[in-house]
Design a protein around this ligand. Structure first.
Ligand SMILES: [Cu+2]
Length: 450
């Protein structure tokens, strides 16, 4: 691609960003890294704003905005000096895998809810509308705000009845990674959570080049069902930002850059999140920035329930590095959906049977059916077989997007559950993907809705 053509895409991306409520200053920061396209968020199936609200934001923002792959940002408008957000709690259909769509609850058509980004010191108003079939409220997790804004039914406010609106307003005095959620346990388990990121008044040091956010969730959804069982204590679907691998959008990092990951957990399980090939330091928690004297190298960080952990690392080594929850059962999803209404088979599994099961699923999705990795000729006679054999479901084409460009063939067969990857790419590869992204949402089947 010629330089001028690349510039054109670059400019188009900035123009596109303007449409979604990013001010000039913020745009400049968005594109601080050459080609760091933050063009129109194009997440599949998400509705950004309810009621076609007018947006005319002129935010001042230090640091980069956070990118939450597969989850859009919530735009805002200004009313005098107040940033006004419109948040709608409602049932949401969420495609968590190419062959699995669940009936979750979320906000503004998204589960998790859209990401709210503000600046430390901002006055924030959130006009909340309840389109759920039951009463709810919004809790601002970790924020030091007046008790009447705390969002706990009966304790700090009357529950917001179905069809009602409720206005929250407060000044954000802190910096850090916070979240909003319904303060009702089962509603939380239906997916009612979203990021609330407060950027610091003064940039964190050292500055990062990429800032990503991931929300960890688990779901109990029986085969042929779509409604999560919120009373369950065991879970068969594990998601990052509302999607299971390989649908998770890879996180891109330019070789030599510094990367921040904000990881947030609001479920029933704790998740040890592991990054391959690099060491990171924990630079913050759900309580804000941690002093540098507390940083030490690690590559697995436990994200407890209701916690956030912010980690940073230098992307030193080129490659497609996995980042995933390391609980074995969270590195996969239920195979029950593959078997449909049949009993899961743990013994007497032959290659022919496994292939026919996989083919029946492949026909219904459809996904590219790739022959699984080889098994030994005497596999059937070995106690314990099969374990991971027959688990691989390659679906490269179904989950293809600019961020997957250039991955090795059948990469998706190795991706399951609570898993994504950090792609540390040399300039040429990085810029090639950014050009594809900048080419616009039309190339990505119009996933953006206004
Ligand atoms: Cu886990």
């Amino acid at each position: 691609m010629s330089e001028s053509r690349r510039e054109f895409f670059y400019d188009a991306a900035i123009l596109g960003a303007g449409l979604f409520g990013l001010g000039k200053d913020l745009q400049a920061r968005c594109y601080g890294i050459r080609g760091e396209s933050r063009a129109p968020r194009t997440e599949r199936g998400n509705t950004l704003v309810a009621g076609g609200e007018k947006k005319s934001a002129q935010p001042r923002m230090s640091g980069l905005p956070v990118l939450t792959p597969d989850v859009a940002d919530l735009p805002h408008e200004m009313d005098g000096g107040v940033k006004v957000f419109h948040l709608v709690g409602e049932p949401v259909k969420r495609k968590i895998a190419p062959f699995k769509t669940i009936d979750a609850w979320g906000y503004n058509g998204s589960c998790p809810g859209p990401t709210i980004q503000v600046q430390q010191g901002d006055r924030v108003r959130v006009v909340f509308e309840n389109r759920l079939p039951e009463s709810t409220s919004l809790h601002w997790h970790g924020l030091e705000i007046p008790i009447e804004q705390d969002g706990v039914p009966y304790i700090s406010q009357k529950p917001v009845a179905p069809g009602e609106k409720y206005v929250y307003e407060f000044t954000v005095r802190q910096e850090g990674t916070f979240f909003y959620h319904a303060h009702s346990a089962m509603q939380e388990m239906m997916g009612q959570i979203g990021f609330f990121v407060a950027h610091p008044a003064k940039d964190y040091q050292p500055r990062v080049d990429h800032d990503y956010g991931l929300i960890l969730q688990e779901w109990a959804v029986l085969p042929s069902n779509s409604v999560p069982n919120t009373a369950a204590m065991e879970f068969n679907w594990l998601t990052f930002n509302g999607v299971s691998a390989p649908m998770t959008t890879p996180l891109l990092a330019r070789l030599g850059s510094r990367v921040r990951l904000r990881i947030l957990n609001l479920g029933m399980d704790h998740h040890p999140v592991h990054l391959h090939g690099h060491q990171f330091v924990v630079t913050g928690t759900e309580g804000g920035r941690a002093p540098e004297s507390t940083w030490f190298p690690m590559n697995t960080v436990l994200i407890g329930v209701a916690q956030a952990r912010v980690v940073e690392f230098d992307a030193k080594y080129p490659g497609n590095w996995m980042i995933h929850c390391h609980l074995p059962h969270h590195m996969m999803n239920s195979m029950m959906d593959l078997l449909r209404d049949r009993q899961i088979q743990t013994t007497d599994q032959t290659e022919a049977k496994a292939m026919s099961q996989m083919e029946s699923l492949a026909r219904s999705v459809p996904f590219q059916h790739v022959h699984p990795s080889p098994i030994a000729s005497n596999a059937e006679s070995v106690p314990g077989f099969p374990q991971d054999a027959f688990m691989e479901m390659g679906m490269d084409e179904v989950v293809e997007k600019p961020e997957t460009y250039g991955l090795p063939k059948n990469w998706s067969a190795g991706m399951m559950g609570m898993m994504t990857m950090v792609r540390v790419l040399p300039d040429k590869e990085y810029d090639a993907i950014m050009s594809k992204k900048a080419a616009g949402p039309s190339a990505q089947e119009g996933r953006h809705h206004e």
